[in-house]
Write a protein that binds this ligand. Structure first.
Ligand code: HEC
Length: 219
């Protein structure tokens, strides 16, 4: 170990000395100061040695033998994300008509009989209000993708008992919340093909982020 450190030390020192002093251009087009002051070199060396020590310690850590590889079934249960384009939506279907009763039993207590929000946030209403002095953000007025509604309810609702709804109940409730928002009719069948096609009222209300690292485009 001591030998490795001293070898590393002399290696780093020689690299530091022999590198030519060139100007580097930053991505913003401005010339940067060459990074060769003795002070900075010392800091760099210090960091390198620290990393080396950390790596050596890590290699010596005991193996505790805890944990195991997850089973395929466990991965299937965790892997429930639904993307905006609908990728990840499971097989199954539902309608608002079928979801009415489940909503009354499992959701209305907190969100109100018509999604107006009782003890919790409202789920419907407020469409067109976002640009007024009294904006009301709900699933109906604000959310850009209907698919997110499935993901959210499936993952997190009912608030006090998440994970207790069947896939078809989640489809029914998704349809019911969309129906409460006046977005789909009561008997429209919602499944992995039709849900991504539901046009949310505020879909065009978002602008993409033009900063270079986001991949968004300027409008
Ligand atoms: C015990 C109270 C409770 C119950 C029951 C409940 N919710 Fe919720 N719900 C909440 C709370 C609290 C939030 C806000 C959570 C947050 O913002 O972190 C929420 C948020 C939501 C949202 C997101 C709203 C938004 O605009 O952010 C949806 C959609 C939703 N609930 C649907 C349902 C559905 C469908 C059911 C019935 C299966 C249900 N909830 C049952 C308390 C509840």
């Amino acid at each position: 170990m001591a030998m490795a450190v001293s070898l590393m030390r002399s290696l780093l020192a020689s690299i530091g000395e022999k590198q030519p002093l060139t100007h580097v251009r930053g991505s913003d087009g401005l010339a940067q100061q060459p990074n060769r002051s003795p002070e900075r070199k010392r800091v760099g060396l210090f960091l390198c040695l620290h990393l080396l020590t950390a790596a050596a310690l890590l290699a010596q850590s005991p193996k505790y033998g805890v944990g195991r590889a997850p089973t395929a079934e466990e991965i299937r249960q965790w892997s429930i994300s639904v993307r905006p384009d609908g990728k990840g939506l499971p097989a199954g279907s539902g309608t608002a008509a079928a979801g009415k009763e489940t909503y009354a039993n499992r959701c209305a207590r907190c969100h109100g009989a018509h999604g107006e929000g009782r003890d919790s946030v409202p789920l419907a209403g407020g469409v067109g209000s976002l640009t007024t002095p009294t904006p009301l953000k709900t699933v109906a007025s604000y959310w850009p993708y209907a698919t997110t509604l499935f993901d959210y309810v499936n993952r997190a609702m009912p608030f006090d008992k998440p994970g207790t709804l069947t896939t078809n109940q989640v489809y029914d409730l998704t349809a019911y919340v969309l129906f409460l928002g006046g977005i789909i009719p009561e008997n429209a069948v919602i499944d992995k093909d039709s849900l991504p096609k539901v046009q949310m009222p505020n879909r065009a209300g978002f602008v993409s982020d033009p900063r270079p690292d986001t991949g968004g485009k300027k409008k």
